[in-house]
Ligand binder design. Structure first.
Ligand code: FMN
Ligand code: SF4
Length: 283
């Protein structure tokens, strides 16, 4: 279902929310939470993309429980986290963007060193990447995790989020387009987002012309949080991201573009708490 695209940078509805444009900051694990809570640094990080022009920013990997964490410095979606989450959504909204929470449970890749409990999987399993032993999850535990997703979604709603997100290749521009195209004619009553190798105005236009409702950008926005504003000002703008993937290793500290080590992703008050790893839960 190809269609003519008017203006990718005009307002659009996403369910009950209105986004000012169709470009979404994709989730890129932040490592800026302290003890599962929102920090000023995490708020500054997302406000940077909001001020840079995106329609919506995504808070990456919000764990539905401490046992479901995959890396240090992640939010845990408890009621206790609500006041901080509300400050975050207010800060993003006041800069004109919407905000989504990516909900997750790491399952087989939840490191025991971080969570304090043995990871769970559909069957007993040795994780080939970490060599960690995972035990088989029980049916009762699956029900508990399902409930945790529901409770986490409710926390997101109560905190003012506009959306929740559930959910090695050689880099080429628009590298997911061919695979994603097959969903356009068959998906009904669902908004589709094209992701992967979107770095400029032409890519945005191509995604929308192909029938997707939004495009999401990951690395290009880590490199230049204000890329959307630049594209609006000059459609010929080209991204400075080299797609060398060196930012991937930074997710174990504070996620950032290594080609721009001075980038602060917003100003943080000097007395802001340090982002630290989640404490190990008692088993
Ligand atoms: C540093 C980094 C961290 C990422 N963390 C997450 C994450 O927490 N959750 C997720 O779903 N995807 C994560 N991703 C994948 C991105 O959301 C996105 O799918 C990917 O970068 C492809 O889009 P791009 O070609 O525009 O960069 C991460 C990517 C990078 C580079
Ligand atoms: S480290 Fe490389 S891939 Fe990551 S944002 Fe910077 S230039 Fe892009």
């Amino acid at each position: 279902m190809r269609r003519d695209v008017q203006d990718p940078f005009s307002a659009v509805r996403l369910g009950p929310a209105t986004l000012r444009n169709r470009v979404i900051k994709a989730a890129t694990s932040e490592g800026r939470s302290s003890d599962g809570m929102v920090t000023d640094e995490l708020i500054a990080f997302h406000r940077t993309f909001a001020e840079g022009g995106v329609g919506m920013t995504t808070v990456a990997y919000c764990c539905v429980s401490r046992e479901g964490a995959s890396a240090p410095g992640q939010i845990v979606m408890t009621r206790k986290a609500l006041p901080g989450l509300r400050r975050l959504t207010d800060a993003v909204h006041s800069a004109g963007a919407a905000v989504s929470a990516q909900l997750g449970h790491a399952g087989v890749v939840a490191p025991k060193k971080l969570t304090g409990v043995t990871a769970v999987a559909p069957s007993r399993f040795i994780n080939p990447t970490s060599f960690a032993y995972c035990r088989e999850i029980t049916r009762d535990e699956i029900r508990i995790v399902i409930d945790q997703f529901g409770a986490a979604a409710q926390v997101a709603v109560d905190a003012g989020f506009d959306a929740v997100e559930m959910g090695s290749y050689p880099y080429t521009d628009l590298y997911m387009l061919e695979a994603a195209r097959q969903f356009v004619p068959v998906m009904r009553n669902t908004k589709l987002i094209l992701l992967g190798g979107i770095t400029n105005h032409d890519h945005v236009q191509t995604g929308l012309r192909e029938g997707f409702d939004f495009v999401a950008m990951g690395r290009a926005l880590l490199r230049e949080p204000d890329l959307v504003n630049k594209m609006i000002a000059d459609p010929a703008t080209r991204s400075r991201c080299t797609h060398n993937n060196k930012c991937m290793v930074t997710v174990f500290g504070r996620t950032h573009c290594v080609l721009d080590p001075q980038r602060r992703y917003g100003t943080v008050p000097t007395n802001a708490p340090e982002a630290v790893a989640l404490p190990v839960a008692e088993s």
